[in-house]
Design a protein around this ligand. Structure first.
Ligand SMILES: [Zn+2]
Length: 164
């Protein structure tokens, strides 16, 4: 049923009421009363369907409103970051530099960034040998991605293994 069915049903109810009011024949009145009851039941079912549809639409609207707020928040936050290639070749996002903002320089996980999540990379304290060069590593605690970050020097067999 749709809203037009409701209009049609309402008109039919009105017509049946006119029959009931304008007749003195008990058989016709009883028949009209029976039909009117059926129409009222149909209207109640239609009302229930419309209430369910309204509730479902309201849920969708709330979900979309929430999603839109998250997108707007990400758009606002992401304006403060730019794509950056680390010395090891990893692609991350980093905070845009201002004149005296070296202290606040930090990096974001590129994977999470693509999913509109701001996740700051944390240093692991570990070092990784990559093609004979040693790089520091950082981790994203949201998605567990590891990134090779700063160049620390060439791999040297004289470096004690306890440094790694
Ligand atoms: Zn991540």
């Amino acid at each position: 049923m749709d809203i037009l069915s409701g209009v049609t049903l309402t008109k039919q109810c009105y017509d049946l009421l006119k029959v009931i009011i304008g007749n003195r024949d008990a058989v016709i009145i009883n028949q009209a009363v029976g039909e009117l009851r059926e129409k009222i039941t149909d209207l109640q079912m239609l009302n229930s369907e419309l209430a369910s549809l309204y509730h479902a639409e309201k849920q969708i609207t709330m979900k979309l409103t929430d999603e839109n707020a998250k997108i707007e928040m990400f758009a606002s936050q992401s304006a403060n970051y730019e794509m950056h290639k680390t010395p090891a070749g990893s692609i991350v996002y980093r905070s845009k530099l201002s004149a005296n903002d070296e202290v606040n320089l930090h990096y974001l996980c590129a994977h999470c960034y693509q999913n509109r999540v701001i996740s700051i990379l944390q240093p692991t304290g570990g070092k990784t040998n990559y093609n004979g060069k040693i790089f520091s590593t950082s981790i994203c605690h949201s998605c567990d991605s590891h990134y090779l970050m700063d160049y620390l020097g060439d791999y040297d067999i004289h470096i004690p293994s306890s440094c790694f």
